[in-house]
Design a protein around this ligand. Sequence first.
Ligand SMILES: O=P(O)(O)OC[C@H]1O[C@](O)(CO)[C@@H](O)[C@@H]1O
Length: 546
Amino acid sequence: MTRTVPAILRDLKARWADLKDLPVRALFDDDPARFADFSVSQGDLLADLSKTALTREVFSDLLALAEATGVAEKRDAMFAGQKINTTEDRAVLHVALRNRSNRPIEVDGADVMPDVNEVLERVCDFADKIRAGRIRGATGLPFTDVVNIGIGGSDLGPAMAARALSPYREGGPRVHFVSNVDGAHITDTLADLTPETTLFLIASKTFTTLETMTNAASARDWIASKLTDRAVRSHFAAISTNISKASEFGIAEDRVFGFWDWVGGRYSVWSAIGLPVAISVGGAGFKAFLAGAHEMDEHFRTEPLGRNLPVLMALAGIWHRDICGFATHAVVPYDQRLELFAAHLQQLDMESNGKRVTLSGEPATMETGPVVWGAPGTNAQHAFFQLLHQGTEVVPIDFLVAAEPQENLGDHHDKLIANCFAQSAALMVGRDIDEVRAQLSEKGMEPEAVEALAPHKVFPGSRPTVTLLYKTLDPRTLGRLLALYEHRVFVQGAVWGINSFDQWGVELGKELAASLLGIVRDGASPEEHDPSTAGLVAHLRSLRGR
Ligand SMILES: O=P(O)(O)OC[C@H]1O[C@](O)(CO)[C@@H](O)[C@@H]1O
């Protein structure tokens, strides 16, 4: 008899009740094949899930949960171009953007691939011509610096990827990212740049976003004032689904790169929004990034759920969030060039799965998206790892590390890997009080002093981690990693029965900001706002003397 979702969840909770006081380390004693059986691979990329409390029985229940919630059917609907983003009546087809096999994918009866391929070729051609100095600025100089102006998905994905792939720049222009409406961001970025050799990319799906339009206008003034009004056409390109708005801004038609409403902002780095990445690493490098993602798409689309990397990582996340009750999830790449990876995943995951109602509008019955956060190791070890080891909050962690570095620099990389492995081992194994007492006594400490210090030196252990280990961080592997996390988010949203592809939660703040601008900038009365906000406005006015 197939179990209902509440029955499976009850069974999982019963399993956790039995497992939660059992050291994870002990699971290896019972099961010598645990590492092999709890590792999943896609090519050289291996995910070690053995350092969690997951058992075969738990996995079997989690897979039953995936089946009962229709994960495979929902995945197939996405790949088939069905309008699974029901609140916006849109298909969800970032997978089409990296569909390097060119398999037809239809939306409303038409194959999207010819348009996808056409824009991709234009993007790569433009990028390569910028790199080669064949497209130049108004004064005839080649571009040395490219400034991407965008925010959210129009910033984080390309900024993360350009930073991650910086060893592949090979003499291409430097790329910079301006996102914040805080004037400090664009001021500081432009301070070191020369107008004659600077190209701006205005990246906005809607071409209406306050931050982006404000920064774009300041950038246009900078070029017009330092060069001429006419120079604007040579120093700007745009990426948007809103082609007419981009033209109104003054961007030449052949410098506007389009995409489609079925590309969500946080999934758009694969579209023309990836132009700064293509300029940084070249068209071929950008295509390798897409090809890596396509490999992961094919794995996700065709592997059975029980061997499917994104599915198993998602189910481990469901176990931690919904069964064990862990409210946050940390991502710690041991790779300085992945310093923006956690920030990008934070938007990807929290904007996708930070939802409180299901697709039918009913309150969600399970906890949905966790708080996602993180920073690169080893720096993070000297910042927040104290809490991860000994705090009262258990935080599941993903570690990412490459076997081979991009540079040949002594034993740096060996030390990096040793630290990564040491942290996951320490988090799992811990150190109990008897071991601590023995260590302190061995050092000759008095028994009374040992008793006073010992509790502070205990590590509870059994803190769950998943380690992703791969050959090297090249464009293909970055593509695979990012697609892996996108599908992980998808599977979790599918289990929770929510719409992972809208973002209505950002609207209210945007509306209030528009109204408050009239008050802050233009002096309108704040009385329609709540008393606390009106109080802040009054104090602001007294500080500004106006
Ligand atoms: O690309 P746009 O339309 O400027 O939007 C920027 C970002 O704003 C959001 O709509 C909301 O924060 C994101 O989803 C999006 O990536």
